[in-house]
Write a protein that binds this ligand. Structure first.
Ligand code: SF4
Ligand code: SF4
Length: 54
């Protein structure tokens, strides 16, 4: 999954939806590719459409 840095506002809303705890937010969201299973939940819940499948 890819975070569009210019669209992410760092709200952290996506974090609790990740079943793998792959998202951390330090200013903007970062996704740990080692943990991410590409389920797409974070992308679905981001209010700013900042996350996209890659
Ligand atoms: S929900 Fe969207 S805008 Fe908010 S931290 Fe996550 S990726 Fe960024
Ligand atoms: S795609 Fe799924 S596993 Fe990967 S960061 Fe988003 S919610 Fe977590």
């Amino acid at each position: 999954m890819l975070v569009h840095e210019e669209q992410c506002v760092g709200c952290g809303a996506c974090m609790p939806f990740c079943p793998k705890e792959a998202i951390s937010v330090y200013g903007i969201a970062e996704i740990d590719p080692e943990r991410c299973v590409n389920c797409g939940l974070c992308a679905a819940y981001c209010p700013n459409d900042a996350i996209e499948g890659d």
